[in-house]
Design a protein around this ligand. Sequence first.
Ligand code: HEC
Ligand code: HEC
Ligand code: HEC
Ligand code: HEC
Ligand code: HEC
Length: 226
Amino acid sequence: MSVISIRKSPFIVGLILSSLVVWALAVPPQESWLSPGGKGDMHENHACDSCHFPADGTARQQVQANLQYWLGFRSSSVDFLTKTITNNDCLDCHRNKLDPHAEHLMMELRFSEVRDLIAPHRCGSCHDHHSGLNLTVPGNFCSHCHADVSLEVEVANPSHVELVEGGRWETCLQCHDFHKNHLQQTPRDLDSAHALDAVQDYFDGVSPAPYGEIRTSYLDERGTPR
Ligand code: HEC
Ligand code: HEC
Ligand code: HEC
Ligand code: HEC
Ligand code: HEC
């Protein structure tokens, strides 16, 4: 009994949620009512089907495969009605060749423990389209990988070593933009860097990025520069 109920509940929740997506796709004029994020989504005017695509196979095949999985006759479940969204779906519109934290770099062996902890290789670990927030995690996660940061020629004040020794991880994003996709010159002095409030307001989706103009512009409907 316990085995079945543990597996069953997420499946049913997934079933209801996916049905909602499909219903929304079928009635585009009402799409804004149906988004789980309400009006606060980060992609406010984007059609649902710019990210949600139909799953492979017929609904009947999908139900059968999932039923087999649920009963233990299959090793993996399959997508139901809509496909699971992957990094590539996001990158179709958010290309950024200069990203120092691109997925393939996060896949290095030395980060295997960090991957288990915070999954820095998945867009969805830090961004939730339907939350209305630009960033859904605290900005101090740099500590997992940069505890040994020291510049050959130190240019920041306070120095990186001082910041790390003081555990001041909240300061990193006052100077750095994580994906290096903005045109700013990285500030060198913390006193004249971006205020913590301005950074937080950007994460909360309340104000634009403090790091200046976007370098690689976002694409709209996969291919059309905005
Ligand atoms: C910018 C991309 C994007 C757009 C546009 C978008 N979604 Fe989503 N949505 C996501 C992501 C990412 C998830 C997380 C689940 C996943 O990975 O499949 C999600 C999850 C959901 C879920 C939870 C069920 C599930 O499949 O996991 C529902 C319901 C949903 N979206 C409905 C909508 C509706 C309705 C619209 C149009 C108003 C919409 N979405 C537009 C990206 C998007
Ligand atoms: C169809 C193209 C498209 C897709 C797919 C898409 N985005 Fe976007 N995204 C945009 C555009 C255009 C904007 C600019 C805001 C707006 O007007 O909607 C944006 C805004 C954002 C922002 C806020 C940026 C800021 O500085 O305000 C984040 C974060 C983001 N997208 C992440 C994602 C993630 C994560 C996914 C995958 C689930 C995704 N996007 C999928 C086009 C897309
Ligand atoms: C470990 C956390 C983390 C992950 C994983 C992550 N981001 Fe971000 N993202 C951030 C932070 C922090 C910011 C704010 C600083 C900035 O603008 O670069 C941001 C900003 C953004 C922005 C707005 C600025 C820009 O680059 O245009 C977009 C769009 C975005 N992320 C898309 C993505 C996509 C697509 C992925 C997956 C390929 C992804 N992010 C993965 C942390 C993350
Ligand atoms: C999962 C590990 C990981 C996390 C978490 C992480 N980084 Fe990085 N970071 C890297 C890697 C890998 C590079 C590229 C190569 C290198 O410097 O080792 C890099 C490069 C950088 C660079 C140099 C970029 C350049 O090309 O000039 C800066 C600045 C930086 N990270 C800041 C941050 C900040 C700020 C955070 C937290 C918001 C953060 N990183 C979180 C792994 C990580
Ligand atoms: C006062 C601003 C400031 C703060 C705060 C700051 N940095 Fe930097 N950081 C810089 C500047 C300036 C550089 C030189 C490269 C550049 O211009 O982007 C740099 C370079 C780096 C590099 C590249 C190192 C290399 O060898 O090329 C990493 C990684 C980095 N910082 C991580 C961090 C982390 C992690 C934090 C938080 C503890 C942090 N920084 C806080 C200004 C700052």
